[in-house]
Design a protein around this ligand. Sequence first.
Ligand code: UD1
Ligand code: CA
Length: 475
Amino acid sequence: MTQNALAIIVLAAGQGTRMKSRLPKVLHPIAGRTLVGHVLATASRLGADTIEVVVRHERDQVVAALEAEHPDVVIVDQDEIPGTGRAVQVALDALPSGFDGDVLVLSGDVPLLEAETLQALVDGHRAAAAAATVLSAIVDDPTGYGRIIRDADGDVARIVEQKDADEAEQATREINAGVYVFRAGLLRTQLAQVTTDNAQGEMYLTTVIGLLRENDEKVAVEIAADTAATFGINDRIQLAEAARTLNDRIVRRWQREGVTIQDPATTWIDDDVTLAPDVTILPNTHILRASTVATGAVVGPDTTLVSTEVGEDAEVRRSEATLAVIGARATVGPFSYLRAGTTLGEGGKIGAYVETKNAQIGDGSKVPHLSYVGDATVGRGVNLGASTITANYDDVNKHRTEIGDEVHTGSHTVLVAPVRLGAGAKTGAGAVVRKDVPAGALAMTVAPQRNIEGWVEKNRAGTAAAEAARADSAE
Ligand code: UD1
Ligand code: CA
């Protein structure tokens, strides 16, 4: 016997009123991915023949996000008839005609379910030859969810929505997770019977369950082992809770892989981050957007990495980096700000109160204190003295600064780009370098110092400074 075909329908057309947001609910991110993105990442692991996403509210915005992340899904537009039942109905109509396999329905706002759970639901449904299989959960607070109403035999009789439930039904703690498997043909037939005659004036998908039972069809219920994974997101409180749950899951995954995470409660790691064994993450650290950290590196405390690569045994403390590459054994921080296009070579250093942008800094080179290095190429073994600045912007255009190997600049050097410092060159303290410096040269731009003896006593007589000066010279 050949396996039934599988179609997955992801519901993402609802307005998400309770979020009170300009952003469509299903596009709110947790762990670096949109809610619907999580659902699709999971769905795509199930080997379905087709994945459809039903859209309507803020359709163009949702479609643009889907096309960027999941160009392979089929977009289906829901019409003005509201409700999850209608959403599934239009999705069924969009399937290849005569499709008679199994249909897995997922909600775009239930992001934490794992592929294994869904696969087990589909397998169980097939093994039981059920007309429909519902995923349920037993929760402490069922407020807002549809309730699973069982008959005297303990079989599901129907699902009643919160707003349509009487007091006894509301007390039921078994809820509908909004995830189901249906046989396509039966689903199609029963959806045709569903009306909008209910408290919300919507076509409920959940009505189908009662209709199937009335027609003596077999409906199975699978109680989820991991209750938290079934949580749906309808408001910002649930959004934060789901983000926390997912983060805990990600943190534990990396801990099992050999990463030390000192304070899981204040460490946030996106879903697509990669950490090597023996990485140490210190408190209050955010590692986001496909960042990677190599073995032995220490990140944190108080650090944010966005799309950043940290090399082996490097250290990044109390700093922020975006689209940066930090070499092996390099050190960054405290209080460094690495902007897009920063690369720091092996064993290099970017220190306190330093900002870098689009700067390639070579192996062993150091920018230790109070600097801005932007649009610059810095060779190997360079030391930029405290407060060295690349003046890359002339008010109209940005220009590059090129610094050769083994260059040392004096404190408070201003490198007015475009400018080139040859290998081994040096600058005096306070130099304002507007012309190229040849290899091996020392650039001085500050006038020699002149001391005017007795100036204070003469011009500031009677001040504390004058008193101190007199006392000092009398000694
Ligand atoms: C739904 C279920 C409820 C279940 C809960 C689980 C129904 C009638 N109720 O309630 O039994 O306990 O999910 O989380 O199904 N959507 C559309 N088109 C629409 C309306 C909604 O695509 O016209 C989408 C939404 O974008 C969302 C999903 O369907 O992704 C669920 O809709 P929502 O309004 O959140 O339903 P709930 O009230 O949570
Ligand atoms: Ca919901």
